[in-house]
Design a protein around this ligand. Sequence first.
Ligand code: OVV
Length: 399
Amino acid sequence: MIPELDIDPYAPEHLIAPYPMHQQLREAGPVVRLRPYPTLVACARHEQVQAVLGDHTHFISGAGVGLTNFHREPPFRPRSLILEADAPLHTQTRAVLSRIMSPKAVQQIRAGFAAEAEALVDRCLQKGENKGEICGIHDLAQAYPLKVFPDAVGLADGPERENLLLYGDMVFNSMGPRNALFEKSVEKVGPVTAWIMAHCQREHLRPGGFGDQIYQAADAGEISQEQAPMLVRSFLSAGVDTTVNGLGNALFALAQHPEAYAQLHADPTLARPAFEEALRWESTAQTFFRTAAVDTQIAGVPVAADTKVLCLLAAANRDPRKWPEPDRYDILRRPSGHMAFGSGIHGCVGQAVARLEGEVVLAALARRVKRIECTGPHTRRLNNTLRALGSLPLRLIPA
Ligand code: OVV
């Protein structure tokens, strides 16, 4: 009755090239089973992904938003107080984070973020002059978030910030199966986690920054003092590797589509929609899970209580039922309703910060760079959840 496919979405071949696999899942039905993971059901169509994420009473997050069901197996790390929580806890913690990253708060960091983007693109152009090329991932997509986001949170600058990349890789791998990718990324779990947790403490956080504002919310009694470092951990988990790959994927999209880059260069106000379309076209977070709270159904298909539901955000974002010519990267599309930030009450609470980063970097490029050329093959960094590039050799041709 429910189609069963012999597909492992976490096999390296599908992580490298996920789109044919997504099509198979979408076309098999609104809800499918995957033989390698008999305990889950999967949704790859936009309508069902949106329906599951929109129904937080039937499809909960407190049993984890990865493959592991916390009702049966212990979480990889103490659970997130926002990502892996339901009401009433989630309601309280979300209120604090959404105020800290409100549109008004984001407006206040905008000028600083924009100046940093311009300075970084200038440095890339200088580097490009000497050596001929840059690495779009190392020199731009990693360098920018690693500077501006920890600055906004209030962490000291320095090379140890690389721990944020290692930690993000680990957290997002932990949402998939316990495969070789997971094992490889947790090799350094001890020292990296110790560094992260130490930097969640108030004495490491600049007064007034996002991290310190969490402690101010604790001082005001909105959350407890014990919850404060765990919410700072959410910034450090979700705030860097996501935007690194959002930017990396956007650079990749533009480098592969010279006509789209020409449109952006001709009109830098397209930076924001160009970034948005890159999120749809190559969703940074490819998947998230929910867990059925009770016996329920999806598209009329029965789903038993405690079943894990794999939501393929990236497949929903290329569902031809929703998007005309879904595989086309079109910066004029204005893809509202895409699932790259999730949707519903757990939709990305930092999305205004992420969009700001994407917009100001692409706008700085659009104004300073006439053309972007790939100068060699890119490499992928495989991750169980993230669509990530390892390297992207580029030549930036100045305007
Ligand atoms: C959205 C997201 C991803 C990873 C970690 C977290 C959130 C967190 O809250 O720790």
